[in-house]
Design a protein around this ligand. Structure first.
Ligand code: PHE
Ligand code: FE
Length: 278
């Protein structure tokens, strides 16, 4: 990847909020209203609280200057605009400094349900509400620092799975039942339903080494979701030095994506019917 024309050395650009068209704002509004109606009783409380605190409202694509005032006050995080995917090192460097790089563009009306690259709806609606939670805010910064370190150690492959199964596709255990907090789920209408209600996927208790040995799919709904008991438990599990874990992982084999192991804490033993459909 090379620095896109017009981007700064850290790959950020101006959001250019004034330049969004009404049609682009309308895409945001459509997606926002659909998810806002679906998520109560499905999304974790910190997510729903964050959504309201930031007032990611119905009027259209949010102006980063506006959401940053509140976000910065709450947890010291800032959202910065980038043209699209950025190199790993740039991404981790931003996270380690409490800056979340968000895509500036929005999907086209004919791409409401699927797109390959994260856009502003996935990045801002999906990721930013959780950054208003102090514990999750610390976790994301620690992940950035850990990412820089893993990059130097050639261990990104395993660490990326931790991001995937928590930040993107994580489930949270609550007294009221399982809730979604992963950005890849909460920003997807269909997966917000599938992740909680479909009999197909496994839903297993989070275990750090186990997660880092489990591959994931980027092309379809997940075959396994991992459930954390609390955000604090997630942060605590990742505070230790990963050096020994990386050494162990370099000899350990991957675990098949659909496997349920004897030591797994099983919330749901999935049928895998969706993954195995003809
Ligand atoms: N403790 C991890 C390390 O030593 C860093 C980390 C924290 C990684 C949180 C991911 C999430 O590398
Ligand atoms: Fe994402």
């Amino acid at each position: 990847m090379s620095l896109p024309p017009g981007a700064r050395a850290d790959w950020t650009i101006d959001q250019g909020w004034e330049r969004y068209t009404q049609a682009e704002h309308d895409v945001w509004i459509t997606l926002y209203e659909r998810q806002r109606a679906l998520l109560p009783g499905r999304a974790a409380d910190p997510f729903l609280r964050g959504l309201d605190a930031l007032d990611l409202h119905r009027a259209g694509i949010p102006d980063f200057r506006r959401i940053n005032e509140e976000l910065n006050r709450l947890t010291g995080w800032t959202v910065v605009a980038v043209p699209g995917l950025v190199p790993d090192e740039v991404f981790f460097e931003h996270l380690a400094n409490r800056r979340f790089p968000a895509g500036q563009f929005i999907r086209r009306p004919e791409q409401l349900d699927y797109l390959q690259e994260p856009d502003i709806f996935h990045d801002v609606f999906g990721h930013v509400p959780m950054l208003t939670d102090p514990t999750f805010a610390d976790y994301m910064q620690a992940y950035g620092q850990g990412g820089l370190r893993a990059l130097g150690l050639g261990q990104l492959h395993n660490l990326a799975r931790l991001y995937w199964y928590t930040v993107e596709f994580g489930l949270l255990q609550t007294p009221a039942g399982l809730r979604i907090y992963g950005a890849g789920i909460v920003s997807s209408h269909a997966e917000s339903i599938f992740a909680l209600d479909d009999p197909s996927p496994n839903r297993l208790g989070f275990d750090l080494a186990r997660v880092m040995r489990t591959p994931y799919r980027i092309d379809d709904f997940q075959q396994v979701y991992f459930v954390i008991p609390s955000l604090q438990a997630l942060l605590d599990a990742t505070l230790s030095d990963f050096g020994a874990l990386y050494a162990y992982l370099s000899d350990a084999k991957d675990i098949a994506i659909e496997a349920v192991l004897p030591e797994d804490k099983v919330f749901t033993r999935g049928t895998q019917a969706y993954a195995n459909r003809a």
